[in-house]
Design a protein around this ligand. Sequence first.
Ligand SMILES: Nc1ncnc2c1ncn2[C@@H]1O[C@H](COP(=O)(O)OP(=O)(O)OP(=O)(O)O)[C@@H](O)[C@H]1O
Length: 257
Amino acid sequence: MSLLEVTDLTKNFGGLAALSNVNFRLEESELVGLIGPNGAGKTTFFNLLTGVYVPSEGDILLETEGKQTKLNGKKPYVITDLGLARTFQNIRLFKDLSVIENVMIALHSKSGIGTLHSIFRTPKYYENDKKLREESIALLKIFKLENKLDTLARNLPYGEQRRLEIVRALATQPKILFLDEPAAGMNPQETAELTDLIIQIQKQFQITVVLIEHDMSLVMNVCERIYCLEYGRLIAEGTPEEIQKNPAVIKAYLGGE
Ligand SMILES: Nc1ncnc2c1ncn2[C@@H]1O[C@H](COP(=O)(O)OP(=O)(O)OP(=O)(O)O)[C@@H](O)[C@H]1O
């Protein structure tokens, strides 16, 4: 049984088939790429897996404690609780909260502390708050954001906002992390640093990472397996070497024969 199994996934928007009969699987602790030209259906695929859209057809099955749980139609927060976290192509942070607050909120969802403790500010609340703060700082250190703790998210440079979004997603303690164009808008040095970070967190947290990315050198450098979509259909799956040689992929990117 794979960690995640997607069968015949289809999403129609009116007359447009944004995704047609896509089959996809993820194993534990692998780093997988999802590529394809503009409009191929990559973000739609992430949106289906994370509960933003409901599939028109097909199944999304997550392995949890030895059995398969169907994710179709579940709300995004339920899917996050089941261990799927994501970042967005257009960064989504609490822009008017500080860096550390953005992370603490994400960690809080896993802390299990009751609402009454929070309302009455009991000793347990303060104890928990201290713990969340320490855990947040530890995560922010990995992403070199520890000296920006009190900076408002909106005042961070673009590359750091992208990194903070990844920290927030990691704070929900996912089994699978979906990154939607994490290097978009970054300069070559930032992209190289991000590449190292993605490899590091995948190893350190033993999670599965799925990456949508237009930067081919990043995809080819970090991914063990790559899926390629075109016009909503899966046209190839393989190792970076296989994908680079695949005639259908070359045709999709370069056009013609
Ligand atoms: N909510 C929606 N309503 C209608 N059409 C949509 C919707 N979301 C996506 N689409 C369409 O579905 C197709 C796939 O879009 P999607 O954003 O998934 O592609 P993508 O591969 O992520 O593209 P890009 O690389 O440009 O981000 C496109 O034709 C897009 O216009």
